[in-house]
Write a protein that binds this ligand. Sequence first.
Ligand SMILES: [Zn+2]
Length: 290
Amino acid sequence: MKYILILTLVALTIPADHASAGLLDKLQNFSNPDSKESKLFSGATQVLSSSKEIDYKTERTIGESLALEGIQRFGIPVKNESLQQYVNLVGSAVAGNSKRATIPYQFAVLDSNVQNAFAVPGGVIFVSRALVSILNDESELAAVLAHEVGHVSAKHALKSTQRAQFFEGVGTITAVSVRGDKGKKLASAIGDMQTVLFDKGLDKEMEFEADRSAMETTYRTGYDPSALIRVLEKLQKLEASSKDKKGSWFSTHPPLSERIVRLRTELGKYPDYGALASVNERFVTNVKLK
Ligand SMILES: [Zn+2]
């Protein structure tokens, strides 16, 4: 379809009877921005780019701005290089087996006593110290990180903003400080995503999708896919005794009971799950938070 459009425009610009004789002249005209040919061609590229998705650089720029907001709300990365390296190793392993394995992911443990994890567009993923501290083994850490990788690969945050249509054909944005009308629209789209990621939570169906993809990704990496269910059950016990749920995985996600029921059904797809790895020893060696 796209090629047909370009070919049609080029054909219209170059009359068939003079096609071979004047071809070079006509092509040269494309480099003159005021020429009729050039305008036609840039029209065609605009039509094409308006149907294109947001490019990765823009996605990452938006994500980094949201990451800064997340750090302000939840705390700075824990100063423990070997822990951060370990979490990045596990995260990279699951991301490499995810549906979007080609972008660079980064993982960090934030110094927060609220049990939470979140991902921003472009592949920056955070998990709180409090959430890591209730985990027992590497498969559980992998499950939490894989849930967040699932959000990044499905571009859930970007899709959740009502201004999603703004990103269509926006071109490349490499700084959030972009001025003018585009800048205003970008700022309000980022504001929307902040509310969704940190206060309101994503759409329920997106959360279930991230849970399902976490199970699949951990399984493909070689971890026991039932690990996510174990994590959610632990959170369920904590939720019962926790007074302040603000900003946690309880407040921004669908009810844990609903997620657990769905995941138990999903586990049926992996009958050999019990034979897969949980990796307790390496986890205990690398994660010393308690
Ligand atoms: Zn989620």
